[in-house]
Design a protein around this ligand. Structure first.
Ligand code: MG
Length: 228
């Protein structure tokens, strides 16, 4: 018997990757820089990866992510840096935090039948809260748990167990849906939840979700079966 359905946010309910690239290209266009947009975006994505390592080693404050990655990307291309670009980027990102197709229908169907939660890892909980609000999905959820304001982050099983108990459910009564094998599915399995992986090419792995789908639309029949 499934009593609660818990979702990851980025890459599961909304498309962060493509939106991020779109926002980066819009900044380039606004300032009229003569830089190949795809190469610029590639540098910006690589700087996020470097930034994660610096945060993990304690060399950077996690809240500086956009400042770090944007300023370093601008420097790579010799473009004059202006710190107002960070606010411009955030504004663009907020305006473009749009759910994937069918997400609202799926949540409308589930609403009232089961408890609904979001468990998301984010360095900046204030910005993440604004993004979730901007997506228009907040009202569907009984519980929104953001790692930046909590002690535990995915894939720590504690993070999953906390949200299950906030939804008044035992882990085995909850289904977790996410796009990361390591952070979402691995953690959820360890915590004892049922799992649905939205796979994006990450097929072969020792982590075995209960269900695999190619996009969020495909979870509808699975959830209908689990809840029936
Ligand atoms: Mg994700």
């Amino acid at each position: 018997m499934v009593k609660a359905v818990i979702f990851d946010f980025d890459g599961t309910l909304v498309d962060f990757q493509n939106t991020d690239i779109e926002c980066l290209k819009m900044i380039l266009k606004k300032i009229g820089a003569q830089v190949e947009p795809d190469i610029f975006a590639e540098h910006a994505v690589n700087h996020i990866i470097s930034f994660h390592k610096l945060v993990d080693s304690g060399e950077e404050d996690s809240l500086n992510m956009h400042l770090y990655r944007l300023s370093h990307t601008f420097m790579d291309f010799g473009i004059l840096w202006d710190k107002t670009f960070v606010d411009y980027y955030k504004q663009l990102l907020l305006e473009r935090t749009i759910p994937y197709k069918r997400v609202s229908n799926i949540l409308s169907y589930l609403h009232g039948k089961v408890k609904l939660g979001i468990l998301t890892n984010a360095y900046d909980p204030i910005m993440q809260t604004k993004r979730i609000q901007a997506s228009g999905l907040s009202e569907f959820f009984n519980e929104i748990q953001i790692s930046g304001e909590e002690k535990f982050a995915k894939p720590d099983p504690e993070a999953f167990q906390i949200i299950c108990s906030r939804l008044n459910s035992r882990p085995e009564e909850c289904v977790f849906i996410g796009d990361s094998l390591k952070y979402d599915i691995g953690g959820a399995i360890t915590a004892g939840l049922q799992t649905i992986l939205i796979q994006k090419g990450n097929t072969g792995s020792i982590v075995k979700p209960d269900y695999r789908v190619n996009c969020i639309e495909e979870i509808e029949p699975i959830l209908k079966k689990l809840i029936a």
